[in-house]
Design a protein around this ligand. Structure first.
Ligand code: ATP
Ligand code: MG
Length: 553
């Protein structure tokens, strides 16, 4: 039986009109910062009326509830307005990274049968190259065109000018589809993960309780809306609790980021280990004298947070970093550190309220504290995904009775803290031991020469699998036999002799996907000279750069 439809359950409404009804109409909802110093502000009232206009635009274009509308833009105010407008119109919004290549766009728009794409002029040529293979794509809207270019290539600005701002949001049942995210593709071909409006309580609850964001707070989520953190916590959660969001249109720049934290008086900052590791590479002078008193909470997500980052942040910024764990599929944070809970460096923290998890062995038996196994969640939390689009068999395969199998390996300690071991596919089975890449990578960061590291497995006739580490050095350091030996010895001393790498490969950079995650499957394939698989979500890729064994010292 479906749950009754209510207006306040519509995410677009909850983030805008509801905030106005609560008296926040003149509070700043969005402060957008351009890379060249531009600042644009939107109050909740403006966000409400602009998103309603966009909902009206979609309705005028014949977009029905449930139809898929994609947004392929860098972080611009239009991204947020359009996403909220889609949600108000009960269309399904699919955010895409602006720098996706033709094949990645084709895969996602084709798989989801998208009918509208919002983009900009400079990205149009990519769409033109694949347009004839997307028969269901009816309209392309350009945010930077003053007037319509063709019957199906329309000006967003003109459509918005001509649209009324009094769109009436329909009561929305919790089962109504809301957002379609393609996973990061770390382990294989990205999967279309469908979410529903009913996710709101999970997102709001964790925004309040974990990130500690409330009305009037200034919040900065550095994630792109192309991945789940950028929508759950870069759009929905903070606005649904009445906070001001800062969004920065530029790319990563250590100096610019520190200036934003300081000058915008950010209270809560949600970012990722990859960005924190990049900040760690900077000289201490970048941080000296920074006034960060307003910054109450720094949280991290997306990859394991190496203890070394925690120690660096305590030392350099005088801040604790709260690691949080979730996935595209879970829609909201499931496990987290948070103010009030003592941080155990290297642990992801404890379960959030309302979430139940178990550690299961491969046969589905529950394991006691201290034993590593598959991290599984009891199904039924509000923000749980409802399908992998067009892949019902893959969806079904992720459930084991009452439990959803996250595909990650973890350990729960006796006090209820969860410790990430690795993805099930990444755990290294060497000499009869299961070794997690995270542990090896974390201890490698303790060496002053090492900026980043990734550990993967490779087949080995004696050990079954051997440990191969890829190491990026900090500037000013170079690879040597001596360093290679020290790396081996350090892992042997700090983790165990079985975890000590048989191969050490020095590389200039690590392959990442667009959400900044290290792609271990690509490193492994490259090392073994195998097919690298789906690379549509890769950030940059220079063949020959990674894992070329001839480059070894
Ligand atoms: P795909 O499913 O396509 O392989 P993906 O799993 O990287 O891609 P996401 O849903 O964006 O796609 O990422 C979720 C995964 O990221 C988690 O399953 C986990 O492996 C990793 N992750 C997220 N947060 C943390 C964290 N705090 N600590 C360790 N790992 C994390
Ligand atoms: Mg995944």
């Amino acid at each position: 039986m479906s749950t009754p439809a209510r207006l306040e359950d519509n995410i677009g409404f909850a983030c805008t009109d509801l905030q106005c009804r609560l008296g926040r109409e003149s509070a700043v909802a969005l402060r957008w910062l351009g890379s060249d110093g531009e600042r644009t502000e939107f109050t909740f009232a403006q966000l409400a009326s602009d998103s309603s206009r966009f909902a009206a635009v979609l309705t005028r274009l014949g977009v029905l509830p449930g139809a898929r509308v994609f947004i392929m833009l860098p972080k611009l105010p239009e991204v947020f307005i359009a996403a909220l407008g889609c949600l108000k119109a009960r269309a399904v919004v699919g955010p895409l990274f602006a720098n996706f290549g033709d094949e990645a766009i084709l895969d996602r728009l084709g798989d989801s049968r998208a009918c509208v794409l919002l983009t900009k002029h400079s990205l149009l040529k990519k769409v033109h190259r694949i347009r004839d293979r997307l028969p269901e794509l009816r309209h392309i809207l350009l945010v930077d065109a003053e007037d319509h270019l063709a019957a199906d290539i329309l000006s967003y600005r003109r459509l918005m000018r001509e649209a009324p701002s009094d769109f009436v949001v329909a009561p929305t049942s919790p089962e109504t589809p809301s957002i379609l995210h393609y996973t990061s593709g770390s382990t294989g071909k990205p999967k279309g993960v469908l979410h529903v409006h009913g996710a709101l309580p999970s997102i709001v609850g964790t925004t309040r309780d974990v990130l500690q964001v409330g009305p009037g707070d200034v919040f900065w989520c550095t994630a792109d809306p192309g991945w789940v953190t950028g929508t759950s916590y870069g759009i929905i959660g903070p606005w649904a609790v009445g906070a001001t969001q800062i969004h920065y249109g530029g790319s990563f720049d250590a100096g610019a980021w520190m200036t934003i934290l300081e000058q915008e008086k950010i209270n809560v900052w949600y970012t990722a280990p990859t960005a924190l590791r990049m900040l760690m590479r900077e000289e201490a002078s970048l941080y000296a004298g920074r006034r960060l008193a307003a910054l109450r909470c720094v949280a991290s997500v997306g990859e394991p947070l190496n203890p070394e980052i925690t120690f660096w942040a305590r030392r350099t910024l005088g801040k604790e970093i709260y690691d949080t764990w979730f996935q595209t599929e879970t829609g909201a944070i499931m496990i987290a550190n948070r103010p009030g809970l003592a941080v155990r460096p290297g642990s992801m923290g404890k379960l959030v309220d309302g979430v139940e998890a178990v550690i299961l062995d491969n046969a589905g038996h529950s394991l006691p504290a201290g034993q590593q196994g598959r991290l599984c969640l009891r199904r039924g939390w509000p923000s749980m995904f409802t399908q992998y689009l067009n892949r019902p068999e893959v969806y079904a395969s992720r459930f084991n009775g009452a439990y959803y199998d996250s595909g990650d390996m973890a350990v729960r300690d006796a006090d209820g803290y969860f410790w990430f071991v690795g993805r099930t596919d990444d755990v290294i089975n060497t000499s009869g031991h299961l070794v997690g890449p995270f542990e090896i990578e974390s201890v490698l960061l303790e060496l002053p020469e090492v900026a980043e590291a990734a550990a993967v497995s490779a087949p080995d006739p004696i050990r079954f699998e051997k440990v191969v580490v890829f190491v990026c050095l900090r500037s000013g350091h170079s690879a040597s036999r001596e360093l290679e030996s020290r790396i081996r010895l350090h892992v042997a001393n700090r983790v165990s002799s079985v975890a000590s790498p048989q191969e050490v490969v020095f590389v200039a950079s690590l392959p990442r996907n667009r959400s900044g995650k290290i792609m271990r499957r690509v490193l492994r394939a490259r090392f073994l000279g195998q097919n690298e698989g789906d690379l549509s979500s890769m950030e940059t890729w220079r063949p020959g750069e990674i894992g070329d064994r001839r480059e070894r010292v």
